[in-house]
Design a protein around this ligand. Structure first.
Ligand code: TEU
Length: 518
C-alpha cells in the first residue's frame, strides 16, 4: 500500500472544457487522451474526472442517468477504459466522480417511479403528499429555491438541487447495494479513487422536520451517513490502494473530521482553505485548524484553491475586499488581475508545500481568471436564475495555443466564450517562459517530488516578520510567504529553490513566496 492519496498532486479535469477532439465545441475523452502529455509535463500524480456519464446536462453532468456508461458528447466506455490505461502508462492515477445524493430525472429508476406510484422504484426517492396545497417542507435548495416538485399524480418529490436531480432515498437497501456495485464497476476498470459529490447530504431526517436554528439539520450531516461510508470503505478495501475522497462542505471542523475516521473516507476537500481571505492571521489559523483536525484523526489534509463551483482564485485574490463569497462576482467589486495573479503565484507555493494532498483545478496552472464577461444569454449553469449567480465563469474552455479564441481547444465553436486576453495564457505561450504561471507550477511540482522534506514530514512555523507566514518541512526546507504590504528580509538560508516573483536583493516583496534550502 503506497497510500498515494496522502501527498499526491491531483489535477481536476472538467471534461466539457479540457480539450475537444471532434469539433463540437465540447471537450471529450479523445481530447484528454491527446493532451495527456500536458499533465505528464506538469508532473501531477493523479487526475480527477468531473462526471462523464450519460446525462441530460441539467447540471453539467451532475445529473447522472447511468453511472456505468459515458455520455456520447464525451465519448464511449471503451474510450474511457483506454484513457484509464493510457493515464496509468503515463504514471497518472485516475479518480472518477460519483454523485450519490441524486440521479437525473431521466434515470430509469426515476422514470419508473413517475410512471407508476406503486412501482418499487417509488421508494428509491422521496415522494410525499403535500400539506394541502403546500409542499411537504419549506426547505431551501442548495441552489436556492424550493426543494419539492409535484409529480403528475399529485405527490411531491424531493430535490435538494434542481427538479431534474431527484434525491435518492438512502434508507432503502437497494439504493445502497446499487452504489456499492457502481464502485466495484469502476474499481474493476482500474480506477484508483472515487470523488464523492455532496457527500454530507445523502441521509435525510425521515420525519422531514423544518430547518430550525439550533435543531439538528434535517439533511446536512445526518448521523446515519457514516454507515454508508463504512460500507463503501469495505468495498474500497477489497481492492489495493483505492481512495475515497469526499466533497464535504462543513464549517465545523470536528464534524468534518468524523468523515475521515479510519474505517470511513480516506480524504475530504478542505473548503475552509479555499474560502479563506488573503489575510495572514486568518490563513495561519485556517492552516493550523486544518492540520490539527487531520492529525487528530490520522488522515491527510487536502489543499484546494479552486474548482468548477467557485470563482477562480486569480479573480478572488484580485479584489481589494478579500472576503470570500460564492456570489462575489455580482457585486461589481473591481478586480486587479495583476495583484490576483501575484497572489495566486504565491498561493501555489503555499498549497504545494503544506503537508497533505494538493488539488489543482484545470487552468489554474495557466493563471486563468474568472470570465466575468459571458453574456447572460450564454449561461448554462442552473444556479443562475435560482441564486442569481452563475458558475460558468470558472468553467470556460482551456486555451492551448494560437493567438485568438478558441485557442486550439476545438476546431468548432467553444460551448462558453474565452477571453481574447488569454492569448498570453495558452500552454504554448507560457511553455519555456520562466516567468510564466505554467513554468512556476511545473518547477514547484517537480521540486515537490524531489524534495525529501515535502513528502510526509510535518510542518513547523518559525518567526519571520509580522504578517509573514514561514514554516519548515523537515530540517532542510522552508516556505516563506510575505502577506504584508512592505518588503521583508529573507531568513538565513543556503539557497533559494524557487520564488513566486522577482526578489529584491535579499528581501521578499509583498504577496510573494519563496522555497528555501536551509
Ligand atoms: O456541489 C455541491 C454543493 O453543495 C454545491 O451546491 C456548492 O455549494 C455550490 O456549487 C458552490 O457554489 C456538487 C458539485 O460540485 C456541483 O457542481 C453540483 O452542481 C452539485 O454537487 C450537485 O450535484
Amino acid at each position: 500500500m503506497v497510500q498515494w492519496w496522502r501527498d499526491a498532486v491531483i489535477y481536476q479535469i472538467y471534461p466539457r472544457s479540457f480539450a475537444d477532439a471532434n469539433g463540437d465545441g465540447v471537450g471529450d475523452i479523445d481530447g484528454i487522451r491527446a493532451r495527456l502529455g500536458h499533465l505528464r509535463d506538469l508532473g501531477v500524480d493523479a487526475i480527477w474526472m468531473s462526471p462523464w456519464y450519460p446525462s441530460p446536462m441539467a447540471d453539467a453532468g451532475y445529473d447522472v442517468a447511468d453511472f456505468r456508461d459515458i455520455d456520447p458528447v464525451f465519448g464511449t466506455l471503451a474510450g474511457a477504459e483506454a484513457l484509464i490505461t493510457e493515464a496509468h502508462e503515463a504514471g497518472l492515477r485516475m479518480i472518477v466522480d460519483i454523485v450519490p445524493n441524486h440521479v437525473s430525472s431521466e434515470h430509469p429508476w426515476f422514470k419508473a417511479a413517475l410512471a407508476d406510484p406503486d412501482a418499487k422504484e417509488r421508494d428509491y426517492f422521496w415522494f410525499r403528499p403535500g400539506r394541502g396545497a403546500e409542499m411537504p417542507t419549506n426547505w431551501r435548495g442548495e441552489f436556492g429555491g424550493t426543494t419539492w416538485t409535484q409529480a403528475p399524480d399529485g405527490e411531491w418529490y424531493l430535490h435538494l438541487f434542481t427538479p431534474e436531480q431527484p434525491d435518492l432515498n438512502w434508507e432503502h437497501p437497494d439504493v445502497r447495494a446499487e452504489f456499492e456495485d457502481i464502485l466495484r464497476f469502476w474499481f474493476d476498470r482500474g480506477v484508483d479513487g472515487i470523488r464523492i459529490d455532496s457527500a454530507a447530504l445523502l441521509l435525510k431526517d425521515t420525519a422531514l422536520p423544518e430547518v430550525i436554528d439550533d435543531a439538528p439539520h434535517p439533511f446536512h450531516d445526518q448521523e446515519g451517513i457514516h454507515d454508508v461510508y463504512r460500507a463503501w470503505r469495505r468495498v474500497a478495501d477489497e481492492y489495493e490502494d483505492r481512495a475515497l475522497i469526499g466533497e464535504v462542505w462543513m464549517p465545523e471542523v470536528d464534524r468534518f473530521a468524523r468523515y475521515l475516521r479510519p474505517d470511513e473516507l480516506h480524504a475530504a476537500f478542505n473548503f475552509d482553505f479555499l474560502g479563506c481571505a488573503w489575510d495572514p492571521g486568518l490563513m495561519r489559523a485556517c492552516i493550523d485548524r486544518t492540520l490539527h483536525a487531520h492529525a487528530a484523526i490520522g488522515a491527510p489534509a487536502t489543499w484546494v484553491l479552486s474548482n468548477h463551483d467557485v470563482t477562480r482564485h486569480v479573480t478572488r485574490y484580485g479584489r481589494s475586499d478579500t472576503t470570500f463569497s460564492f456570489d462575489n462576482n455580482l457585486d461589481g467589486t473591481p478586480v486587479d488581475l495583476e495583484l490576483g495573479t501575484r497572489r495566486a503565484r504565491a498561493a501555489a507555493l503555499l498549497s504545494l508545500s503544506l503537508p497533505g494532498a494538493t488539488y489543482v483545478y484545470q487552468g489554474e496552472e495557466l493563471g486563468l481568471w474568472e470570465n466575468e464577461n459571458i453574456p447572460v444569454a450564454e449561461y448554462h449553469d442552473p444556479m443562475w436564475g435560482r441564486r442569481g449567480h452563475s458558475r460558468d465563469g470558472c468553467r470556460v474552455p482551456l486555451p492551448w495555443s494560437g493567438d485568438e479564441p478558441p485557442f486550439d481547444f476545438t476546431t468548432g465553436q467553444p460551448w462558453l466564450p474565452q477571453p481574447a486576453e488569454w492569448k498570453d495564457r495558452t500552454v504554448q505561450a507560457q511553455t519555456g517562459d520562466p516567468s510564466s504561471m505554467l513554468e512556476l507550477y511545473r518547477a514547484a511540482i517537480g521540486l515537490r517530488r524531489a524534495e525529501e522534506g515535502l513528502h510526509r514530514s510535518t510542518m513547523a512555523w518559525f518567526d519571520a516578520a509580522p504578517k509573514v507566514l514561514a514554516y519548515t518541512r523537515g530540517p532542510g526546507f522552508a516556505c516563506v510567504l510575505n502577506m504584508s504590504d512592505a518588503p521583508v528580509p529573507l531568513p538565513a538560508h543556503r539557497s533559494c529553490l524557487l520564488a513566486s516573483g522577482p526578489l529584491d536583493g535579499t528581501s521578499l516583496p509583498p504577496d510573494t513566496a519563496v522555497w528555501l534550502r536551509l
